[in-house]
Structure formats: C-alpha cells, structure tokens
Design a protein around this ligand. Sequence first.
Ligand code: MGD
Ligand code: MGD
Ligand code: SF4
Ligand code: MO
Length: 731
Amino acid sequence: MNALSRRKFLKITGFTAGAAAAGTAALRATGVLQPPAPERGTRTVPTSCDICFWKCGAIAHVRDGELWKIEGNPLDPLSEGRLCPRGTGGIGAHFDPDRLRSPLMRKHLRGEEEWVEVTWDEAFDFIAKKMTAIKEQHGPEAVALFSHGIGGNFLKHMIKAYGSPNITAPSFAQCRGPRDVGFRLTFGEDVSSPERTDIRNARCLVLIGSHLGENMHNTQVQEFADAVGNGATVIVADPRFSIAASKAKYYLPVKPGTDIALLLAWMHVIVTEGLYDKEYVAAHGFGFEQFAASLAPFTPAWAYPETGIEPSVIEATAREMAAHKPSTLVHPGRHATWYGDDAQRSRAIALLNALLGSWGRKGGFYTPVSMDVPGYPYPEYPKSERGKVDNPGHKYPFAHETITTGIREATLTGQPYPVKGWWVYATNLIHALPNEAETIKAIQNLDLMVVVDVIPSEIAGWADVVLPESVYLERHDDLNVEWFREPFIALRQPVVPSPHEQKPNWWIAKSMAERLGLGAYFPWKDIEEYFQHRLTAAGLSYERLKKDGIIRGVKQPVYFAEGVTPTFPTPSGKIEFMSPQLQQAGFDPVPVYHRPPPAPPGSYRLLFGRSPVHSFSRTQSNRILSDMMPENEVWVNTDIARRHGLTHGQYVRLKNQDGVVSNRVRVKVTERIRPECVYIVHGFGHTARGLHHAAGKGASDAQLITRYATDPLMGGTAMNMNFVTFEPAEA
Ligand SMILES: Nc1nc2c(c(=O)[nH]1)N[C@H]1C(S)=C(S)[C@@H](COP(=O)(O)OP(=O)(O)OC[C@H]3O[C@@H](n4cnc5c(=O)[nH]c(N)nc54)[C@H](O)[C@@H]3O)O[C@H]1N2
Ligand SMILES: Nc1nc2c(c(=O)[nH]1)N[C@H]1C(S)=C(S)[C@@H](COP(=O)(O)OP(=O)(O)OC[C@H]3O[C@@H](n4cnc5c(=O)[nH]c(N)nc54)[C@H](O)[C@@H]3O)O[C@H]1N2
Ligand code: SF4
Ligand SMILES: [Mo]
C-alpha cells in the first residue's frame, strides 16, 4: 500500500503504533522464542488470517526458519494487500508462551483448572467411550457442537456423521442474527458475512452504532476510508462519540435504545416530503400504503424527547440521505443484539434502505457472487427424527439458524430432550454468552465437555478434556469459497510447524471420527487430498492455489440491471414494507417503537464494543497486541465523573444491578459519551489461571451481563440491558 493510503488507514483506526514493530525482537528478549531452526534465508507463504472471521488473504514471511512477519496478500480482494493491526500482530499467537501444549484431562472437579497431560490417543479413547455411552442412553442428538469460524467445518462434519443436528455458533443469537432476520423479512435475503455493503461507492453512509474503525473488519474500514476520501457524507448515530463519529458531517448522540424512534422519524420525513425512490418502491414494494400510513404519528418533534436528537437535525439528515439516493447506505450493523427489539430495529433499517432504493444498487447493497466449487462427495448423514433441540415448537418462528442459548436452556432443563455432551471449538462461551452462571450450571449437567482451543481460555477451564489446536499459521483449514463482490477462493496453509503437541482441526475431526467407527465419512488420507479432489472437480489447480493463496474468478454484475425486474425471495416476491409473515405470527407487521426502561437512579447503562487491536476475548494473551492495549478502561461522561468524584486514570470496580462486581478498571473521563451510559471494550477481565499474562487485566463486560432480553422473533439475546454503579478499587 502506498504511504498516503497507509496513513489514511491508520488514521481511521485511531491507532498509529506499528504492530510488527513489537515483533520477534521483543519476544526474543523475553526468552519466549525457540532457538532458530537450521533453515537459512527468507521465504514467504501465502495464507489467510484468522485473528477474526474476516479471513483476509495474507503473506507470511519466514526468516531463518522462524516466523518473522505477516502482511496482506495483494491478490486478495478482501485485504487488497493490507492487514488490520490485529492481523499484523497475529504472529504473537504462534509465540504465546501460555499456549496449550498437549491434551489435558481434568484431575478433580470441573472448573478447578487442575490438569493431567495425556496423549492424543488417551484423550480420543476417553471421549469416544463417553460419546458412545451418551448415544446409547440418550441418542446422538444429546451431543451438541458449539463452533465458531471456518476452522470448525470438519468437526461439524464429524458431529453430523455421529447423528446430531445440534450445531451452533454465537454469531447468530449473540451477533448478527436479528439483522439477518430483519433483512430477510424485508428483502428475502440475509446481509451475510462479509456484509454485502458497497461502502466504497456510497455517497452517503449512515452508521447506527456500527463503529467502523474500532470494529476493524478490514475491507469495510478500507472502503470507509475511501468513501471519506471521496467526500461521502457520513452520518453517525451513537451514544458515544466513536472514531467513525469523528469522520462524520452529522453526529447524532442518540439516547441508548431509542434507534427505532429515530428510524421512524427519518422515514416519516422521507415519506411525507415525497423524497423516497418512488419508481423503485412502486416497482418492487409490497404493502407500502399501509406502511406509509403507519408512519404518520412519528414526526421529528415526536422523536425528539425519545432520542434526544433535535427535530431540525432529524430533518436535515433525512434530506441528506434522500439527496444521495440510491447511493445512500444505511449500514445494517453486525453485532445487533442490543435491546430485545433488534430484529424489528433491523427491519426498520432495511425499510429505510428500501425507501432510498439502495438494495441492489451501486453505493448500497450489492449482490454477492461466488465460485462454483463442489463439496466433497461424502456418504449421507444419518437423519435425526427428533430434530434440533434449541427452539422447541418454533417458539422463535423466524430463527433460521441454531440458537446457542436454546441449546444451553435444553442442557439446563432436559427439555425438549436431554443434552449430555458439548464439543466446544474456538468459542469462549464464558465471554460470548450472556449470564455466565447459567452457562456454568448447564455445563454441570453434562456427562462430557470437550474444548478445542489454542490457549487455556475460561471455557477450557470448565472442560473434562482440552484439546490443543495448532494456531492458524501452523495449519490448513477448509477451503474458503467466499461470497463477495467478486468470486474467489482462498487457502489457509501452514507457515511454520506447531511447537508442541498441537494438532489441526481436520486431523482432530478425522481421528475422532475413526475412533467412533465413522471413518467412512473421512475417506481422504489428509486434507491436501481433500483439496485436490474438490479443486479438480471445479477445474482449478491446487498447485496454483498453494502458490498464490488466492484464485480469483471472473467478475460478474453485482447490481440490479437496468430494465430487468428482480424478484425478491419473500412470500410476495417483493420488498415487504408491511410483513404478512410477521402479522400471521402475531407480531407487528411494521416496526413499532417501545421506550426502553430507564436506568435505576444513580446507575448507568453498560455499553460495550471493540478495540482496533483486539478480537473479542481471544487476543489479550497475544503479547504483541496486548503491548498496544494491555487493559480496557471505562468511559464515563465528565459530569457524571464529577458527580461521583472520579478522576481520569483512577481504578474503580463496576457493580451491576445483581450485585456482580467487576475486576478493577481505569476510568476514562470524557465528553465523548452520553451521561446515562458507560462503555468498555469487550473481551478483557480474564479469570482463567493459565492466561498468566491476560488474567486480572481490565473488566469483563460478559461478567456484568447477568440480564438479557430475548428477541421474540428469533431468540437473539440482547445484552445492553445491564446497569452499573462505581465501587472504590485499590490503586
Ligand atoms: N477490532 C475488532 N473488530 C471487530 C471485532 C473485534 O473483535 N475486534 N469483531 C467483529 C464482529 S464479529 C462484530 S459482530 C463487529 C461488532 O461491531 P459493530 O457491528 O460495530 O457493533 P457493536 O459492537 O454492537 O457496536 C458498538 C457500538 O454501538 C454503540 N451503541 C451502543 N448502544 C447503542 C444504541 O442504543 N444505539 C446506537 N445507535 N449505538 C449504540 C456503542 O457506543 C459502540 O460504538 O465487530 C467486528 N469487528
Ligand atoms: N459480553 C459480550 N458478549 C459477546 C459480545 C460482546 O461484545 N460482549 N460479542 C458477540 C459477538 S458479536 C460475537 S461474534 C461472539 C464472539 O464469540 P467467540 O467467537 O466465542 O469469541 P472469543 O471470545 O474470541 O472466543 C474465541 C475462543 O476461541 C479460541 N481460539 C482462538 N483461535 C483459535 C484457533 O485457532 N483454534 C481454536 N480451536 N480455538 C481458537 C480463543 O482462545 C477463545 O477461547 O461473542 C458475542 N458475545
Ligand atoms: S480484519 Fe484483521 S484480524 Fe480480521 S482477518 Fe483481516 S487482518 Fe485478520
Ligand atoms: Mo460478531
């Protein structure tokens, strides 16, 4: 990347420290590095990053046999040759001295974190015995898999072969689920990941909470920088003055939980002033009249006391959005589980986009494309007669993916049938699910919990068996056949060997399946034979993919073509402004605003989000990334700090409405947050004993999230529902 765009990029992240600068030299000084192998000289290996789910194409450099640095792969459409700060610091995962080294079995009680090191054979034999017993007693559905990310693909295959449909990830009910349901109900399709947002070409970009620049999904942040550089109008609604807000023409410090009121007022202005895309709405809309009529009461003056945003600002921003239509992108967000009415809020966002005609249009939402790579021809999976356990009686009628917390509930209650085994792959359920106590209670009902991780995380601490995985720089993962604005496939492949007994997920899944008598489902010798098979079937060269890391397909049109009427996969075949599906299921067919309950006197709503240099709860142990941000801080409005006598930089503890007290956390006194809320970065406040470097640093939002609201449409767990006060803490 050239110097200018690199500068622009770093400015957007709000961070200027170079991640690689803290690299191997510092680690060598700490004695963490192994003695260099005999290999001499430098070589590069194309692979893909796994510090988050974006999977940027990368090129890793090895110097004298040692992992040296990692950069973006210029061939990769996602990274276009640049990694985010986390990706650059990703090599710290390989060098982490706190890594899991060999399989572990618990010595005494669950959660005590007392372990015996065992061989892989011993671990597999133990697990196979337990899984066989569970199957005999309760059926195969009684084993569930929690798995996040592409690394889980082969374990999913193993669990399906075993006979269980209960496979889930926090990316639905704790993340993007409500958004995808809201968009699906409106346009018939998900926003999916990578999001189909054409940020680069937007002339007006509206960010409702989406804190791009702190939320560091690479492509989106690069495109955001380009859009800003091209003079796009940016409108940000957030109770906190985010990095994105600092790039905005209009910053709307909205009261937490009132976005639906703001959205209704925006749509009121656009409809009553006739500013919407009339042709688009007439051609593609269903139920527009009823929807438009429902907006009548929701004037900007009505929204003012709800949202705190002045009517003139609501009007000006609505007109600005309309002026740039259809290249106005109202970003759908990603982590959408906020207040319990999230699928409806997401539907309101979808409807605002529909009014602006942005779905299917340049600068709005493109239609993602992918390459055609057939799957491996496996035997058919056994059919489950009982079906999934997470959503009995379709209580959440619009959940189109499995609900993590539904499986937790079934594990707790034994209803609709018992769940007795959990496999957990690459998801730290203690930090990812709300109400930690419920998770632990569910775990105590299990006959078996296996955790596959790379470090001794909190969830690993509760396992019966812990299996150490090779980090992404040491392994192959499944092929990434991406859906994006252009078709491509990407490879993750080993750069350096694993330092100890760690093994890749595909080997773990295949070995486990063989122990369970399911070897027929893993007919390939190793993963390279699997790749060869799939790529040959697609007419592609594995040799070329190995060499380049990426194979790009032929670009295809990604916007609606002029003169062609698209069909929308909704029941009406149109964009559903009023939703008969919702009506039939007993829900509001058009979005309705409900005022959120106020904070109890003297306490503050706990909000949380991302830091550009960390991913969730997984990077605090990475020495390179923790160097840049070793602990989080709690943002407190200046007036509130004064009222409580808090000074900038002092430590406090946060106490929530149920008496849970956090680890100590530094106060950031700032004008950049509304007075009724406080804010921390998610993922800190580790408690696992084996995380020697990360434990005890900063506060955990997850620990304070004892309450949550469940979205009635789809079972998402809204977590912005907790309130805290300040307690003194030792310096
Ligand atoms: N660096 C980094 N980047 C990441 C990740 C990471 O771990 N690290 N994780 C990735 C993943 S999987 C996801 S889902 C995304 C999450 O990132 P986003 O989709 O952007 O979502 P949130 O984390 O909910 O957003 C938090 C922001 O919402 C604001 N907010 C809180 N309540 C309200 C409200 O009531 N109204 C409005 N308008 N705003 C509110 C907060 O102040 C904060 O700025 O980030 C992705 N990018
Ligand atoms: N309180 C709270 N809860 C949240 C959120 C929040 O902001 N606050 N965000 C929500 C969102 S948007 C999401 S997407 C989810 C994310 O939830 P998770 O995906 O569970 O995220 P992490 O907390 O990073 O947990 C990842 C786990 O995988 C391990 N790991 C890392 N790399 C590897 C690997 O290569 N192999 C294996 N086997 N394991 C690995 C890490 O050590 C860690 O234990 O959390 C959701 N829950
Ligand atoms: S966005 Fe950053 S951390 Fe995520 S895959 Fe890309 S470079 Fe890695
Ligand atoms: Mo997420």
